[in-house]
Design a binder for this molecule. Structure first.
Ligand code: ATP
Ligand code: MG
Length: 394
């Protein structure tokens, strides 16, 4: 029945002079998401509207599924286009539309006509009333409710006439690419993929970095991170995933520094390396899955100690979330099942029984001096052996 979708977008509608940039970006992202579907589509901007028109046969569910991954879309409306061949014909078209779209006609409705073309012989109020009457006659089970209708039937009179009543919610947010790029510190855990999703939803393109520690962490742990990145890439678009071998740095810290400070010092080196990679790759900030108080390394004191080494902004979209709230998002994203696979991460090896929960920044800085002899070289080597994988969701 449907060959076209009307795309609704909210926030990008209010960007003033830049509006067309956002719309163009949204069209690009829609085109990209639809490359994953069978069939060919035209994505067109027309009079402040975006339409996705199928050029040939397509799979409706597959198209909707993929459109639901495009940030910036608030509603996906399957729409029927009809030619203007007089009001009688329009009434027949609307009856045909309702008949096909709703097998059960026991619902309340309201007609919402918009006459963008002012030379149409009836005004909006007249169209609302007349179509309403025609539908009541055709389908005795339908009832009018102008306040809270089950079905809002939209009829837009433009060059052609558009009929739609179904609005499938989109993910909201802003089109990826309208807000620069960020470097996501992606571990195999529950939190960081959610953090990446949330920042990407604000229009930010993502790169990612994963620190592994072979042979203490397995191939499977790295694969898990690749799998998670692929799920995030469904929404964010392609991600360059940097894999950094952290083993020697970690062993060196373990040798030279107090064990209860290991995690904090390790996190400081992760941030330093991530920032270096971010700068080299045109990223404007770091993104982590930290949340206040979740673990010893995420108390306010620990976050201060970690943040101390960064000059770039660090975005922590989960900072005020409870674990359960994060889990709920990860379940919706379908990263959860992958995140809970039991492969060891470099944060969990050599970990102290009683890590400091209130690290003193000055003490940490002093203990880090124990690393002066070799750390610069180890960091350089880690950066030089950076392995980059292009992650694309297909
Ligand atoms: P997550 O569920 O995201 O792993 P977590 O609750 O396990 O988070 P930590 O392990 O303390 O918390 O990590 C805090 C944040 O540091 C992570 O959300 C992630 O952004 C980053 N991080 C931790 N370990 C790594 C790693 N091995 N590689 C890349 N980033 C990491
Ligand atoms: Mg973790």
């Amino acid at each position: 029945m449907y060959k076209s979708f009307l795309i609704k977008y909210a926030e990008i509608g209010v960007k003033g002079k830049n509006r067309y940039l956002f719309e163009d970006r949204l069209c690009d992202q829609i085109r990209y998401a639809l490359t994953r579907c069978e069939g060919k589509f035209d994505v067109v901007k027309s009079q402040g509207r975006i339409f996705v028109n199928a050029c040939a046969d397509f799979d409706y569910d597959e198209a909707v599924e993929n459109l639901k991954t495009v940030f910036g879309i608030t509603g996906i409306c399957p729409v029927v286009h009809v030619e203007d061949e007089g009001f009688e014909k329009l009434c027949q078209d609307v009856i045909g539309y309702i008949d096909q779209a709703y097998s059960d006609k026991n619902f309340t409705f309201k007609v919402d006509a918009r006459r963008a073309r002012k030379n149409y012989p009836k005004n909006s109020m007249e169209i609302n009333c007349d179509i309403g009457e025609v539908l009541l006659d055709a389908f005795p089970d339908m009832r009018v409710d102008v306040h809270k209708p089950d079905v809002m039937l939209h009829i837009e009179i433009r060059e052609k006439i558009y009929i739609y009543s179904i609005v499938i919610p989109g993910p909201g947010g802003l089109p990826v690419g309208t807000n620069g790029k960020g470097m996501l510190l992606l571990s195999g855990g529950i939190d960081s993929p959610v953090a990446g999703y949330m920042i990407s939803k604000r229009g930010v393109k993502l790169d990612a970095v994963y620190f592994n520690a072979p042979p203490y962490t397995s191939e499977r742990a790295t694969q898990k991170v690749i799998d998670l990145a692929r799920i995030v890439a469904k929404y964010s678009g392609p991600i360059h995933l940097h894999i950094i071998n952290f083993t020697d740095i970690q062993l060196y810290i373990y040798d030279q520094c107090p064990h209860d400070e290991l995690t904090i010092i390790m996190r400081r080196y992760m941030m330093r390396i991530a920032e270096e990679l971010a700068g080299k790759n045109g990223c404007l900030g770091l993104i982590t899955g930290e949340s206040i108080g979740q673990v010893a390394s995420q108390t306010m004191q620990s976050l201060m100690a970690t943040n101390d080494v960064c000059t770039m902004p660090v975005y922590r979209p989960l900072i005020g979330f409870d674990k359960q709230e994060i889990v709920e998002i990860s379940e919706k994203l379908h990263t959860y099942e992958t995140s809970i696979q039991p492969y060891e991460d470099c944060c969990t090896i050599f970990v102290a029984k009683h890590p400091v929960t209130k690290p003193n920044l000055n003490v940490i800085r002093i203990h880090e001096r124990n690393l002066d002899e070799k750390i610069d070289e180890l960091v350089r080597t880690a950066l030089e052996t950076d392995e980059v994988i292009e992650i694309v969701y297909r």
